[in-house]
Design a protein around this ligand. Structure first.
Ligand code: CTP
Length: 852
């Protein structure tokens, strides 16, 4: 299959020649752009039946099936990996096709359709009346009805050929007619009203914008009415919903609007070009166009600076600091190849935490890099998407320099102040999550969040739900632990709302946090947005008021940095500063900066817990830093109380087994529990433990504490004293106090073959620890204990049976029932009948022989 790709704003010549190619080469289709000139739209609707089967849209095309692409009336090469053939009638723009397979056919004719018609004629393709008319449109329109100076004899000949093939002049007239209606006149008036000059020295360059809705093609109007005369060049920005369509026209050799708009992802010629742009205001676009028009000769590479110090990857952090000097960044290289960046704060923190002798490569952060031929719009988008002041420029892995945001922004805006007026420090990605939020929460909570957002707005604050609950909304996993962050005062917001609603609440002004208890028993946690500084690894941080971004920046993983605004006017807007959405989609756990595990080693455990829970992978750099942190015993610096909390959370997870296997793989168990590792045997026992939980819960109808059982199984092979000390170390007091009983029971069951003894031992054993006990028993003993428990649940004889036998309830009941039960266990009694006859034979006889 072959495709003719029409560029944005294509005219009749492009359209007719594309149509001609579909006649010339069977199985060729036309891919339409988003914007077409008005006359092309007219032609498509007039010749609908003829054309509809030859047209494709971007969504409807499978590029894997395309083996060739044609470009007509333009020389902009589309981004495809198949041979490209270009037909154009404008001067060669000597574009750089960068190793693409491109065949360029250039002709000096008034319309490119002329060339295609000549080919059709030569190939003796049969044309009907409508084919001839469609082809005539391009020739007639692009030569201005043969009046334009570029018209050639070849155009006239081709047109004559079409006339002979029966072209319909009435329909031709219908499409190419240039009469204006009232709406067109209003549009012209608005363009004139909004027109203003751009401050480009030495040239008359104008810009205007159109806000009104207009379905036709404005470029068409501009061809006939010239509101910017005597301009050298002009731009028109047309507002279309969220997008802006920009048209550029030039009469001046030195103002190449094709080149200028190509920096904004557009296409076209030196004298006529267009583009579509999203996410920037009209004022911003004016600034960009001023810069690009004045400076477009100056290549973007002039922004690439090589002043930053570079260091080799195996230099120590201490030595790197001496290179830092007055700079904020140092570039880390390995034989000239880019490794990453270290910033001053990171270097100082690493030194503060005792890593002066560590190699630079360990903490170097791989910032997003750009290639030297990055376009203006790509840079703009990147600076506004990523929270960074610099982009390292890297070509084929080699470091070429950096582009500074500040310099870039001040140069294009002409503003030399510290704070640029546009491009906020970081523009997060935003997505409308209103419907998702509505579906996710029970109506009551949804309403409460809306009300809280209304109160926040009234107080002039912004409020967001953040962290785990937002992650789980994205993943659609149930979670009602709602954390709310307030840009403002969480305490004042809680007081205002909860008092009005008569809800119970607590506030902790010194921590800037609080809780509202909802009547349905759920609670909402509030905190004022804050930033934190850690003095030493694992220590509790110092807290200071901040904005949402700073609050999110101190968090653990990108998947936990998503926020959904609940402030009334932005309710439901998901805010993503750190590409958390992409990481969730690609199932990745990623830290935000390379000292994350150093500052809070508990995150080592959290990373593995989330990875195990969600079946996510650790991103490569995160994985390296985690391995490093474990190797350096950073877990020793974490408060043991926090390790206790984290282990308890791990044991509560559904995927505890998977998490423990990850903790084993990354040597975390080894470090926490005196060299513990999960060998094949232990792995089997852990699997057995999971089965035992399920089995015993079914048989006995009770729930077992997961943490105790997991701990006993994990540490069950150690001598008792070691296990005891480890349990005490991490504050598992209850588990430590029952340990002796657990070990003794386990040993005595292992050491006896007497069912009676096993029964006796189990009788006094704390049942909470049954799953661990059973998992650690050999298979035969496991079966015996299980059978014992099942039989115990459904005894062969009960007290009621004894009463029916005429016995009065007394202390003896217990002895009789126990005696029967042991016989039942030993299988010498199998049924109730056997049990009753046994009781009659032994106990009743004995009792009747006793004196009253
Ligand atoms: N957090 C962190 N570092 C930690 C602990 C927590 O940065 N050592 C941040 C995370 O951003 C997390 C938020 O604090 O999202 C709330 O922590 P928590 O309630 O423990 O985690 P959740 O993400 O809600 O996880 P879970 O689903 O297990 O409740």
């Amino acid at each position: 299959m072959q495709v003719v790709i029409l560029s944005e704003g294509s005219d009749l010549d492009a359209f007719s020649s594309a149509y001609g190619l579909t006649l010339l080469y069977p199985s060729t289709f036309i891919l339409l752009p988003n914007v077409l000139q008005y006359k092309v739209s007219k032609a498509i609707s007039l010749f609908q039946d003829k054309i509809k089967d030859k047209i494709l849209t971007k969504e409807g095309i499978n590029f894997e099936k395309v083996d060739k692409v044609f470009v007509v009336d333009s020389q902009t090469v589309p981004d495809v990996n198949v041979p490209i053939e270009i037909f154009d009638h404008h001067p060669n723009k000597s574009l750089n096709y960068k190793g693409k397979n491109v065949k360029l056919n250039l002709y000096n004719v008034g319309s490119i359709t002329t060339v295609i018609v000549e080919k059709i004629k030569k190939a003796k393709v049969n044309l009907d009346k409508e084919d001839a008319t469609i082809l005539s449109l391009g020739i007639y329109d692009d030569t201005g009805g043969f009046k334009f100076s570029g018209t050639t004899e070849r155009d006239l000949k081709a047109f004559t050929f079409l006339t002979k093939s029966g072209l319909d002049f009435l329909k031709l007239q219908q499409v190419v007619s240039d009469t204006f209606d009232l709406e067109d006149v209003e549009v012209i008036k608005e363009i004139i009203k909004n027109a203003e000059p751009l401050p480009v020295e030495g040239k008359k360059v104008y810009i205007s914008t159109l806000y009104r809705k207009y379905s036709k093609d404005v470029a068409w109007i501009l061809k006939y009415i010239k509101p910017f005369e005597p301009a050298d060049a002009y731009f028109l920005v047309v507002n279309q919903k969220s997008k802006k369509f920009i048209i550029g026209r030039s009469k001046d050799e030195s103002i190449d609007v094709g080149k200028i708009l190509s920096q904004l992802d557009g296409g076209g010629h030196k004298f006529a070009a267009s583009t579509t742009i999203v996410g920037f205001s009209y004022d911003e676009i004016k600034t960009f166009l001023t810069f690009l028009t004045a400076k477009h000769q100056k290549p973007l590479t002039s922004f690439i600076k090589t002043d930053l110090p570079t260091v080799e990857a195996d230099l120590s952090i201490e030595e790197v600091k001496s290179y830092l000097g007055r700079y904020r960044y140092v570039v880390v290289l390995q034989n000239g190849r880019y490794v990453g960046i270290l910033n001053d704060k990171l270097i100082n923190n690493a030194i503060k935490h005792g890593f002066s002798n560590e190699k630079a490569i360990v903490f170097a952060e791989e910032l997003i890099t750009v290639s030297p031929d990055v376009s203006f719009i790509q840079l703009l988008k990147m600076f506004s998407t990523y929270q960074t002041d610099i982009f390292p420029v890297v070509e084929k892995g080699y470091y070429k320099g950096v582009i500074y945001k500040k310099e870039f922004v001040s140069e294009i805006s002409g503003i030399k102040e510290d704070k640029p007026i546009f491009l906020p420090i970081s523009k997060p990605k935003t997505v409308n999550y209103l419907n998702r939020v509505k579906k996710f929460f029970p109506l009551e909570i949804f309403q409460t969040l809306k009300e809280v957002g209304e109160y926040a707005e009234k107080l002039g604050y912004r409020a967001f739900i953040i962290g785990g609950v937002v992650r789980d909304i994205v993943l659609n996993k149930e979670n009602l632990d709602v954390d709310i962050i307030v840009e403002g005062s969480a305490v004042d917001l809680i007081k205002a709302y909860a008092k009005d609603k008569n809800f119970n609440f607590y506030v902790y002004p010194e921590f800037m946090t609080g809780v509202i208890l909802l009547p349905n028993g759920l609670k909402l946690d509030f905190a004022t947005a804050r930033k934190e500084e850690y003095d030493s690894p694992g220590s509790y941080p110092k807290v200071e008021k901040a904005n949402l971004f700073e609050d999110l920046y101190r968090r653990d993983f990108t998947i936990n940095t998503l926020a959904i605004e609940i402030t009334k006017s932005n309710f439901g807007k998901l805010i993503d500063y750190f590409n958390g959405l992409v990481d969730i989609k690609e199932k990745r756990i990623r830290i935000l900066h390379s000292l994350s595990f150093v500052e809070d080693p508990i995150r080592i455990l959290r990373a593995l817990r989330f990875a195990g829970r969600l079946n996510f992978k650790l991103e490569k750099k995160t994985e390296n830093l985690l391995i490093y942190a474990v190797e350096r015993d950073l877990l020793n610096f974490a408060p043991t109380g926090r390790i206790n909390l984290e282990l308890n959370l791990t044991f509560k997870e559904e995927n505890t087994f998977e998490i423990l296997m990850l903790m084993d793989r990354y040597k975390v168990l080894y470090k926490l529990f005196a060299g513990l590792s999960i060998d094949q045997n232990k792995e089997k026992v852990l699997i057995k433990l999971q089965d035992s939980f399920l089995l015993l819960e079914k048989v006995l109808g009770i729930h077992f504490p997961k943490n105790s059982n997991y701990l006993y199984v994990l540490l069950g092979n150690y001598p008792e004293e070691i296990t005891y000390n480890l349990l005490k170390k991490y504050h598992f007091e209850k588990e430590a106090s029952y340990l002796n009983e657990f070990y003794t029971t386990l040993q005595s069951i292992k050491n006896t073959d007497s069912i009676f003894d096993i029964y006796k031992t189990l009788k006094s054993f704390n049942r909470q620890f049954l799953p661990a006990l059973m998992s650690l028993l050999p298979e035969d003993k496991f079966k015996i204990v299980l059978e014992m428990l099942e039989k115990e649940k459904k005894p062969v004889l009960t007290g009621e049976d004894l009463i029916k036998l005429g016995l009065k309830p007394s202390k003896i009941f217990k002895d009789i029932l126990e005696d029967v039960f042991v016989k039942y266990l030993q299988n010498s009694i199998k049924t109730k009948e056997e049990a009753i006859s046994y009781v009659k034979k032994t106990h009743l006889k004995r009792l009747s022989n006793q004196p009253e």
